[in-house]
Design a protein around this ligand. Structure first.
Ligand code: MLT
Length: 263
């Protein structure tokens, strides 16, 4: 995929730039390649832009001090540099936290919003303490054990059995990331604002997708988010836990294509 670097971010652009742009934001601790199946499907008709979130993948780690706000600044920089006109913003999990805050902060920039396996609420005390213990673990042990344990919670049992080699490749890739960058993302997530009150004010068409076995961002939480957004549709993705874009790319792509056709 053609790669370009924008202020230290590794950005990938696929398709005809005259087409409607979609900007894809990956989750934690993934990189832009988690969207490969969606970009392959959509890049004949859409200008697909993805990037490695700062601190992860091939993007710069800098000082490793990130906030959700600095992640939104990065999206704004990409949109401006690539001169994207009213892009659709599509975020998975942590990428969804960024996408939702982008829509709240950069009003009028985007024409539609897609949230996959993501939530609007900020971390409560329990989640903050869990992140603190992960930060400590990574400081003491590095990424090896954490990445394996975390990925095992993300993916369904069925995916582990049938696509175990792909999961192993993903674990191997994420273990190569910078521990400082990974910890920076954890701190950005635990310090993010809560966007729940903003949901009724979203004025653009919104699609929410959630794996039926997702225990990290559960379907009933996403259904409630959908109910709070004026022009939103909820799609449950069967045979998937947290990582619907990878675990059931076919169903996710179908939901995404139908939503895009309706815009
Ligand atoms: C993700 O998949 O991006 C993470 O599970 C998000 C989180 O830890 O809150």
């Amino acid at each position: 995929m053609p790669q370009t670097t924008i202020e230290g971010l590794s950005v990938y652009c696929e398709g005809d730039e005259a087409h409607q742009a979609i900007i894809f934001l990956h989750g934690f601790p993934f990189d832009a390649s988690m969207w490969d199946a969606q970009i392959e499907e959509l890049s004949d008709s859409y200008y697909c832009v993805s990037y490695d979130i700062r601190g992860l993948g091939a993007s710069a780690v800098d000082d490793g001090q990130f906030t959700m706000e600095s992640f939104v600044d990065d999206v704004e920089t990409i949109v401006n540099r690539l001169k994207l006109k009213k892009p659709i913003i599509c975020g998975f999990s942590m990428g969804g936290y960024i996408a939702l805050r982008c829509v709240e902060r950069l009003s009028d920039t985007f024409s539609a919003l897609v949230l996959c396996d993501s939530v609007a609420n900020a971390d409560g005390n329990e989640a903050k303490l869990k992140r603190a213990s992960i930060l400590k673990r990574i400081t003491q042990e590095g990424l090896e054990g954490f990445v394996e344990d975390f990925m095992n919670v993300c993916f369904s049992q069925a995916y582990k059995l049938s696509q175990g080699h792909l999961l192993q490749e993903r674990i191997t890739l994420s273990r190569t990331f910078s521990p400082i960058g990974v910890k920076g993302c954890l701190i950005a997530m635990l310090s993010r604002t809560d966007t729940t009150d903003f949901l009724p004010h979203i004025r653009i068409p919104t699609l929410l997708c959630c794996g039926e076995e997702d225990t990290i961002t559960p379907p009933k939480v996403m259904q409630a988010m959908c109910d709070a957004i004026p022009n939103a549709t909820f799609q449950l993705i069967e045979n998937s836990a947290h990582v619907a874009p990878m675990e059931n790319a076919k169903a996710l792509n179908q939901a995404l294509s139908e939503f895009l056709k309706g815009l």
